[in-house]
Design a protein around this ligand. Structure first.
Ligand SMILES: Cc1ncc(COP(=O)(O)O)c(C=O)c1O
Length: 418
């Protein structure tokens, strides 16, 4: 027992620090939550200027000036009040115009809600579909917060893992469908994928959506990296093939494509019939995103296409640096990421990704993320975010290699004994 039990003022036993066997006011699912591996490694040194931070999903570029100016002007005009719980009308209109133009569709405006950041959209979506006794499926490797959002619901969590072969990371709709159960109520797909860069092909999207329609399973499609693709214009989107009342929630946001991670702004496209539920739930979570932030988001969508293109160009060059520096190293297996801004290399002979990233941080002052936190069977991997400015990125990657070379004997002996 971890906690200390003491006699409370009313004579019953309570605990000062809740442990596994102590009485706790919290649900067991909450007690069982673990901090994700990225935060666990980063927290102790998060403000240390010596560290080259390749661990979180953001770069070092500040949000463009015209977006910041829009927020400042909104504050000066007194935009400090509650907003509509599903988002300000002009922002929802801008999102509709943006999506219609990008994907050649005509989205029903009632499908669009701005709950707060994309993460909030995912959390609400998971809670709409899952509860204790259900099964929720996640395409992995996956960003760890997805698993947490699922676990909070009390549902059992299952994974279907992409395969890495000569052509990079692959997974077909059939393989996802085969991992569903009778109790499966939600499937989470993030394409382009954090951390692998995998992109789901349109035929596979069709097949999976058709299956979800037939089985009435909620498909949560996370498309926050949809603009960050390097060998084509845009990633295939479920929006191009969906109908208004499909069991589909497409999540997107401003964090990645407009460099707005700290603003906590995103949107969801949902079935038309769930609009009221989104209004109710958004009200419970945060009563809508901050008004001045939404005004900044509107400016980003209306005038920010060049921002998206600039960032994309910068990340494409960064991807090249990653491939140049890491891929030729004899201990590293790495296929070129097709989208997003991460590389997810495997280190031959690596047993514990957590020990590895702690070692790199302690000896080389580089922050990277441990593979174990991205779902099962990833403990020989680590993740780097390549959105940092290029000289810092190159320096960080070279230091990771220096660490690997310094410990070559350890990797070699572990490889032999495995
Ligand atoms: C796959 C994925 N989905 C969602 C998010 C969250 O985006 P937001 O900052 O809008 O909450 C992230 C952030 O890293 C992500 O990697």
């Amino acid at each position: 027992m971890r906690g200390t039990s003491v006699s409370g003022p009313y004579g019953y036993i309570c605990s000062t620090t809740w442990g596994v066997f102590d009485l706790s006011p919290f649900r067991p699912e909450i007690e069982a939550l673990e901090q994700n591996g990225i935060t666990r490694v980063a927290l102790p040194r998060i403000t240390d200027p010596k560290v080259i931070p390749l661990w979180f999903g953001e770069g070092d570029a500040v949000t463009p000036q015209f977006i910041r100016d829009a927020a400042k002007a909104a504050l000066d005009e007194g935009q400090t009040f509650y907003s509509h719980t599903r988002g300000r009308q002009e922002l929802r209109d801008a999102i509709k115009d943006y999506l219609d133009a990008l994907y050649g569709v005509d989205i029903d405006p009632a499908r669009i809600t701005v709950p707060g950041a994309a993460m909030m959209g995912i959390t609400i979506a998971a809670q709409m579909a899952l509860t204790t006794g259900d099964h929720g499926l996640i395409v992995s490797p996956n960003w760890p917060n997805i698993e947490t959002a699922y676990r909070v619901t009390g549902a059992e969590v299952g994974f279907v893992r992409q395969r890495e072969g000569a052509d990079g990371w692959q997974l077909g709709a059939r393989e996802i469908i085969e991992q569903t159960q009778k109790r499966t109520r939600a499937i989470f797909v993030n394409s382009p994928c954090n951390p692998t860069g995998w992109i789901m092909q349109e035929d596979d999207q069709r097949e999976l959506l058709e299956f979800c329609r037939a089985r009435n399973i909620l498909l949560i499609a996370d498309e926050v990296y949809g603009r960050l693709v390097y060998d084509r214009d845009i990633a295939p989107s479920f929006l191009s093939i969906s109908r208004d009342d499909d069991p589909l929630i497409v999540v997107n946001g401003f964090s990645k494509a407009w460099a707005m991670t700290g603003w906590r702004l995103g949107w969801v496209v949902t079935p038309t019939r769930s609009a009221t539920h989104w209004a109710i739930l958004s009200e419970c979570f945060n009563t809508g995103a901050a008004s001045f932030v939404q005004i900044a988001g509107t400016a980003a969508l209306r005038d920010g296409e060049s921002v998206v293109q600039d960032l994309r160009g910068r990340y494409r060059d960064a991807r090249e640096i990653v491939m140049q520096v890491l891929a030729s190293h004899p201990r590293i297996e790495l296929s070129e990421p097709q989208g997003a801004f991460y590389a997810f290399p495997r280190v031959r002979g690596l047993r514990s990704s957590l020990d590895f990233v702690h070692g790199v941080l302690d000896e080389e002052d580089v922050g990277i993320a441990p593979g174990y936190t991205f779902g099962p069977h990833n403990d020989a991997h680590f993740r780097v975010c390549f959105a940092q400015s290029h000289p810092r990125l190159r320096e960080g990657l070279e230091r990771v290699l220096r660490y690997i070379d310094r410990h070559e004997n350890d990797f070699a002996s572990r490889e032999e004994s495995s």
